[in-house]
Design a protein around this ligand. Structure first.
Ligand code: CMC
Length: 431
């Protein structure tokens, strides 16, 4: 963290306090308030962390005004076009693009960790069949700590490494099993001759009764969806993982916390909510009614898949996703898809509407991903699990970075207390 020679001066009741300012390699300067309470006896107030950097990081950078997303400096559109998910995983985890031999070794390692402990199959069978796959994932990922004791010691770098590989490798197996269980089909074991995305499609869509050949174009589209969701700096679920980890919790518990946070409709749950919304709108002529509802302050309805805390120009992931949606629907011969037609018209009308322009609300990654996933055959309930499996590498990379950070301490926010001050207990007969 580079110190600048600039300081910020805070004056309270005539007393001045000098606060150091740090310079990032990109993005706004950061005022260091760590010693503020000790020196001035005040807290800062920032619900939702809209102006607060909770850590320093070298993994991912977003410029929300430019609509730019960089992983270790590389733009997401270049990675989506030229790289593939496991290479991006290596990049996020280790900080550089691997040489051919390094990539081969990494891919081999991940591939050889895809099976889950056989006893976990019984654990799955304890869930209701109609459980949401995210509910199953929160439980099963957390339960990995009960099955992989040999990679829960966070003080041992080798165990940390093994836990990260296990999580990245087993998450598709867990997500696919959650799906198979919900539709009453037998679990499908992973196949090590397939690549990461093709293997996931195989585990989701093959059945023992007949051969299933993975279409390479669909596998490529799946891989691109994984890549586009791989990391997104200090978003809600990643911050949840970091906060859980700050107490020294084991990696599986921390990632389960991330999965739980991701589930919400304002975060990873938006892809499911968006497709459901597009279906509810039904056809382009109903759009004005829904736009009016989204703008009405007395109506809690929001355009799902629209808006972002950081992107105030466009979401670069949404651009790639939109292009992918066209390609996949074309490949699958889905013509005149009413959901895609509604989505395109909704995007057009919303972007032309002063409300959305003034508030800088643009389509985000979730706006088009659901259309692709549905065309591939996934039910809406699987959209967020697919986001979770893709984001696992981001969570794991940020978790590892945090554990290597000498400044790491337990996350413990303060509060602006507005409740009663001290008062005496009143006996029940006197209340
Ligand atoms: N539809 C209508 N109005 C909106 C929307 C929307 N989707 N998003 C924000 N606004 C309005 C909001 O009402 C507020 O208006 P005002 O200033 O008059 O009160 C203003 O825009 C700012 O909104 P905010 O809620 O203060 O912004 P935020 O940064 O806290 O929220 C967000 C960001 C993504 C939660 C929000 O835009 C949203 O709820 N979007 C829909 C859900 C969604 O698509 N989430 C996926 C995010 S991308 C993937 C991921 O990160 O998981």
């Amino acid at each position: 963290m580079a110190e600048t020679n600039k300081t910020a001066t805070l004056t309270i009741d005539g007393n001045s306090f000098e606060l150091p300012i740090h310079a990032p390699t990109a993005g706004p300067d950061v005022i260091d308030i760590r010693k503020l309470y000790g020196q001035a006896g005040v807290f800062t107030y920032d619900p939702g962390f809209t102006s607060t950097a909770s850590c320093d990081s070298t993994i991912t950078f977003i410029d929300g005004d430019k609509g730019e997303l960089l992983h270790r400096g590389y733009p997401i559109d270049q990675l989506a076009e030229k790289s593939h998910y496991l290479e991006v995983c290596f990049l996020l985890l280790y900080g550089y693009l691997p040489k051919a031999g390094e990539l081969e070794e990494f891919e081999n390692t991940i591939t050889r960790h895809t099976m889950i402990h056989e006893q976990m199959y019984n654990f799955f069978r304890g869930f209701r069949r109609d459980a949401h796959p995210m509910a199953v994932m929160v439980g099963v990922v957390g339960a990995m700590a009960a099955f992989y004791h040999d990679s829960t010691d966070i003080a041992d770098p080798r165990q940390r490494e093994i836990a990260s590989h296990r999580l990245i490798a087993k998450m598709p197996t867990i997500a696919a099993m959650a799906y198979k269980y919900s539709i009453g089909q037998p679990f499908v074991y992973p196949r090590n001759d397939l690549d990461y995305a093709a293997n996931f499609l195989h585990m989701c869509f093959s059945v023992p009764a007949e051969e299933y050949v993975v279409d390479p174009i669909l596998a490529r589209a799946m891989d691109r969806i994984f890549t586009l969701h791989a990391d997104h700096e200090q978003n809600a679920s990643t911050s949840t993982v970091r906060l859980a980890s700050s107490s020294g919790a084991n990696p599986f518990a921390c990632i389960a916390a991330g999965v739980a946070c991701l589930w919400g409709p304002a975060h990873g749950g938006a892809n499911q909510a968006c497709l459901e919304m597009l279906k509810e709108i039904g056809s382009p002529e109903n759009i004005p009614e829904y736009l009016a509802r989204a703008k009405d302050k007395d109506d809690s309805f929001r355009l799902m898949g629209f808006g972002h805390r950081v992107y105030k120009n466009f979401d670069p992931r949404a651009k790639v996703m939109k292009q992918s949606a066209d390609e996949v629907l074309d490949l699958l011969g889905v013509e005149n898809n009413p959901v895609l037609a509604t989505a395109k018209e909704l995007e057009k009308q919303a972007l032309a509407d002063p409300y959305f322009a003034e508030k800088k609300l643009f389509p985000n990654v979730d706006f088009y991903s659901g259309i692709i996933l549905e065309a591939m055959g996934f039910p809406t309930s699987m959209f967020t699990p697919i986001f979770a499996l893709s984001r696992t590498v981001g969570w794991v990379s940020q978790w590892k970075e945090m554990l290597n950070d000498p400044q790491n301490k337990i996350g413990r926010p303060r509060q602006l207390y507005l409740g009663e001050t001290e008062r005496d207990y009143v006996d029940i007969e006197n209340r």
